[in-house]
Design a protein around this ligand. Structure first.
Ligand code: SF4
Length: 161
């Protein structure tokens, strides 16, 4: 049986980003997988109850999602408001969804404190990137799910078809 893909809601066209926009990924293969019923879209932040729009959040002190999972890192808004709890809740909700649908692959929006898989922002709210992953990406990877950024779409295609 061909695999089912978990995808960030914003990449599938849902306007769920912190600023109320989507980042719809236009790829023929993705449209075909969707038509075949092999794509499940999910936004961990809104699923956990965060509103849209919402203040941007970053993982503090150049840490990444793994540190948040381990309790040594935090996700905060620019004013210091700690939103680690809903970020963790959303991550575990997405993992549960992946398990229920036996997903081995996820295509997640890069740069996000939830979904980032190759880079995130460094926690100073200055637009500075550093290598790292978001909370959901880290949790999915810990549980054996291969996470792809949109920049790696060609590699994902080879696994999905
Ligand atoms: Fe997109 Fe993930 Fe952010 Fe939701 S949490 S808006 S799916 S990047």
């Amino acid at each position: 049986m061909k695999p089912t893909l978990l995808i960030s809601g914003c990449l599938s066209g849902q306007p769920v980003r912190y600023d109320g926009t989507a980042r719809t990924l236009m790829q023929d293969s993705l449209a075909r997988w969707q038509a075949e019923g092999r794509v499940i879209a999910f936004c961990p932040e809104t699923a956990a109850g965060l509103p849209t729009p919402r203040p941007p959040a970053e993982i503090i002190r150049s840490q990444d999602g793994a540190a948040v999972l381990d309790g040594s890192g935090r996700v905060c808004e620019a004013d210091g408001h700690d939103v680690s709890a809903p970020f963790l809740t959303g991550a575990y909700m997405m993992l549960d969804l992946a398990r229920r649908h036996d997903c081995r692959f996820a295509l997640l929006m890069d740069g996000s404190p939830s979904c980032g898989s190759s880079f995130i922002y460094d926690g100073r709210f200055t637009g500075t990137r550093h290598a790292g992953q978001g909370v959901t990406a880290a949790l999915l990877r810990r549980n054996g799910i291969a996470v792809y950024a949109p920049s790696l779409f060609a590699r994902l295609e080879a696994m999905m078809d």
